[in-house]
Design a protein around this ligand. Structure first.
Ligand code: ATP
Length: 272
């Protein structure tokens, strides 16, 4: 395996030098108790770029997303949002910059789908203000974009896993935050809706936003993501362009399973 540094050299700063980093990780590491999950991860999330985070169960993907969202402090290194340390922002300031789609969300209260989507607007509205009719139209449009408009008045607790996932994605869409953090956004979705959701993410990125998403399907990484971070138990194996980072040797090592990448009709496909 080549060293991490050689692959990190495929930094986006060389590719899109003109675009400022929204989020930057400097030598970031995380551990739980005495167990190191990963260390020395240094990368930039720039406008116009989608990053995927991949690796086996329990390797630290959600932990990393929590660090990027500012709800967990990294044991090592620094995270920068624009030019300031992420830790210096208030929660409300972070929410204006970062929209989060968590791995799974169980509603505590009986909100309707529309109310849940409207929560995406809270950070950019005066405190305790009621949503305007324009806000409601925006939220309905976001629900329609995710093909769940007809669920607007349904209690979120009554939705199926896949329906709820798309409603939560609509909340990110309406928030208008430049950076999206998506933790397994496709987990509960059938293939058509997985592709639809990733098209929505792509549109956000092409429009000058950025995204970081945890994914388990490596085939989708090649198709929808510009950069990937590959985590293995105890360390980050590499980060950079999917075609470089996701090689047979490193992917097999990370997942502790012999895996092979083949090309089918111009697409990269993984075989186990
Ligand atoms: N508060 C905690 N206390 C103890 N261990 C924790 C805590 N939070 C996370 N862990 C452990 O840290 C490891 C990484 O968890 P994390 O949720 O980041 O993994 P993941 O890569 O997202 O996994 P998955 O693919 O299963 O979602 C796991 O072994 C988890 O049990």
């Amino acid at each position: 395996m080549a060293g991490v540094a050689s692959r990190c050299g495929v930094g986006m700063s060389q590719q899109k030098r003109e675009l400022p980093a929204l989020l930057r990780l400097d030598d970031v590491g995380a551990s739980v108790g005495k167990r190191t999950l990963f260390e020395r991860v240094s990368l930039s999330v720039e406008a116009g770029v989608a990053w995927a985070v991949v690796g086996p169960n329990g390797v630290g993907k959600t932990t990393l997303m929590r660090i990027l969202a500012g709800v967990r402090t990294a044991e090592q290194g620094q995270v920068w949002l624009h030019a300031r340390r992420l830790s210096e922002y208030t929660r409300r300031e972070v929410a204006r910059e970062v929209a989060v789609v968590p791995q799974s969300s169980s509603p505590v209260f009986e909100f309707s789908a529309l109310e849940l989507v409207l929560m995406g607007l809270h950070a950019s509205r005066p405190r305790f203000s009621l949503p305007s009719s324009e806000d409601r139209q925006r939220a309905l449009k976001a629900l329609a974009r995710l093909e769940v408009e007809e669920l607007a008045n349904r209690p979120v607790s009554s939705l199926s896993g896949g329906e709820r996932q798309r409603v939560v994605m609509a909340r990110a869409l309406v928030a208008d935050a430049p950076l999206w953090l998506l933790d397994e956004p496709t987990a509960n979705l059938d293939l058509r809706h997985q592709l639809g959701l990733l098209e929505v993410m792509r549109q956000h990125v092409e429009g000058g936003g950025a995204a970081v998403a945890v994914l388990h399907d490596l085939n989708l990484v090649h198709r929808y993501f510009d950069r990937v971070l590959l985590l293995a138990p105890g360390r980050a194996l590499g980060w950079g362009r999917p075609d470089d980072v996701l090689n047979d040797e490193d992917v097999s090592e990370a997942f502790e399973l012999p895996m092979r990448r083949v090309e089918v009709e111009g697409r990269q496909v993984w075989l186990a």
